[in-house]
Design a protein. Structure first.
Length: 529
């Protein structure tokens, strides 16, 4: 029998804080052969990423200690290797795709420079040959008009496009082992399907092994040969994917498999008044290129979007990355220059000046996709949630504390934790903090931009249930942006499908999902699996 490419043997990892040692991974043993895919699944904080990062020794050495076991790559120990040996392995033999592309890409360098750097360092390619390789890799991961995007900086790309650039960068080195930490979290279902197909093709072509960390069990079912389930630092179940999915033996695995989004949106009152009406919304961006950036072209990002939302109703905006979902939301918030009409509770927001918009902003709040970047790490939870009260209201200190405690209790957080910082909370808890920050101002409309995409399934189910209960209690209206069609079906009364800034289909959620009329919608449904 051939030797495994990667062997993790009884690995234990701990964090040292002063004299105290906190174990985070406890005697995990895994093996991975060339050409195989092993999926590592479990809730946030289960030890998945710590295990994966340990393979390349990317965890900071002073607080992190390896208390037991070893990691072997092609029979050689990585835990006991010197820095020179590790540098030869990193990138060349083992590459990694990180979860958050915005913090992994250099904001000061354009796409071309960052990808060329990889080819120069690891494969010695330069000039026209290297540029052709860069273009081919970007096209292969689904970047449209790749040649025109080479000069773009990370902030000019959508979340899905940034993740595709990260995947292209990792695959340029043609590694023997690819570690992918939630690589498809920010991607819509069609691009997700493309990326999974690409990874499977490369695995076959190159004999590449894949260690895939994810909370999306649909992906595991389609991609992985074997699956390892982690809970509180321990590996509670390992086996072939089909066996684990069809007959899970551990209660925790059974719980994960049962946590898929489900249910129906809350019943609507037939007499509910209209809160938001959008008529022929359009957004155009001016692009400047050429010498001294004198050449200008108009790019249409959103065209002729119209819909009506009643109080207590939810509308799901779905579509591929770059389809105009977030641009539509920013235009409604009057944070982008736009055409058309925006009527909110009978008020013509499209005619309002910046000063006239200020009192309206309290009534329209936003919950962003990534709580890590949406919450200021230097402020306590109390300061983050209470900031809106300081801007929009003039309550006494006692009233502010009362409202703060109420907001935390409503989202299921302990008010005693309000003096802690965001970094001391899990991903699901940080998203609850972001929801509390929006709710403390008692808004009428909440725009939810991918609020559950970065969360594992069990935490996602908790957040969706929380959003439904808050909607029922406060008669909230939701504009729900998501690429997860299961989530949209469970939450929304209406759905609007966008493609390249245009509406291809809209209507009642159940009707659109059960009998889609547009071919593009049918493709989205097929890709969602």
């Amino acid at each position: 029998m051939t030797l495994p490419l990667l062997q993790i043997q009884e690995l234990s990892v701990a964090f040292r804080q002063g004299e105290r040692i906190h174990p985070v991974v406890d005697r995990v043993s895994l093996s991975l052969h060339a050409g195989e895919t092993l999926a590592l699944v479990g809730e946030s904080g289960s030890g998945k990423s710590v295990t994966a990062l340990s393979v390349l020794r990317l965890l900071p050495a002073p607080p992190v200690i390896y208390t037991h076991g070893d990691i072997l790559f092609q029979g050689q120990s990585l835990l006991h290797a010197d820095e020179a040996s590790l540098r030869r392995v990193r990138g060349d033999d083992i590459a990694m795709i990180f979860q958050e592309p915005m913090s992994s890409l250099n904001p000061l360098h354009n796409v071309e420079k960052q990808l060329l750097e990889v080819l120069i360092l690891h494969r010695g390619l330069r000039g026209a040959e290297a540029r052709a390789e860069v273009l081919a890799s970007l096209e292969r991961v689904g970047i449209r008009q790749a040649k025109s995007r080479l000069g773009d900086f990370p902030h000019q790309l959508s979340g899905g496009e940034r993740q595709r650039v990260m995947i292209a960068m990792a695959l340029l080195t043609r590694p023997k082992l690819l570690i992918a930490d939630e690589p498809t979290t920010a991607l819509d279902v069609t691009v997700q399907a493309q990326i999974l197909k690409l990874l499977m093709e490369l695995r076959t072509e190159m004999g590449m092994a894949l260690l895939f960390i994810t909370h999306n069990l649909n992906i595991v079912h389609r991609l992985a040969d074997n699956v390892a389930v982690m809970q509180e630092g321990k590996c509670v179940e390992v086996g072939p994917t089909h066996s684990v999915f069809s007959a899970p033996s551990h209660p925790y695995t059974q719980k994960l498999l049962a946590a898929e989004p489900g249910g129906e949106p809350l019943p609507m009152s037939p007499s509910a008044p209209t809160l938001l009406q959008i008529n022929h919304l359009g957004v155009n961006f001016t692009q400047r290129r050429g010498l001294f950036r004198r050449q200008t072209t108009q790019k249409c990002a959103v065209r002729e979007v119209s819909f009506t939302l009643r109080r207590g109703e939810s509308l799901g905006l779905v579509g591929e990355s770059g389809s105009g979902k977030s641009t539509t939301a920013l235009a409604i918030l009057r944070l982008l220059k736009c055409e058309g009409e925006i009527w909110f509770d009978g008020q013509p927001l499209h005619r309002f000046t910046r000063r006239e918009m200020l009192p309206v902003r309290r009534r329209i709040q936003v919950v962003f996709q990534d709580p890590n970047s949406a919450l200021n790490p230097r402020l306590t939870v109390a300061q983050i949630i209470g900031e809106g009260l300081l801007v929009h209201h003039h309550y006494s200190a006692e009233e502010q504390q009362r409202r703060l405690i109420t907001a935390l209790e409503e989202v299921g957080l302990d008010p005693a934790s309000r003096h802690r910082y965001p970094g001391e909370f899990s991903g699901g808890q940080r998203q609850r903090i972001a929801i509390a920050r929006a709710l403390i101002l008692q808004p009428d409309l909440v725009i939810l931009d991918e609020p559950t995409s970065s969360l594992d399934r069990s935490v996602q189910a908790q957040i969706l249930q929380l959003l439904k209960s808050l909607q029922e209690k406060h008669q909230l209206t939701y504009l729900f942006i998501s690429h997860d069609l299961q989530v949209v079906r469970a939450m929304c009364h209406q759905v609007m499908v966008l493609r390249e800034g245009e509406v291809v289909e809209q209507g009642e959620c159940r009707q659109v999902f059960d009998a889609p009329s547009a071919e593009y919608t049918r493709q989205l449904m097929i890709s969602a699996g």
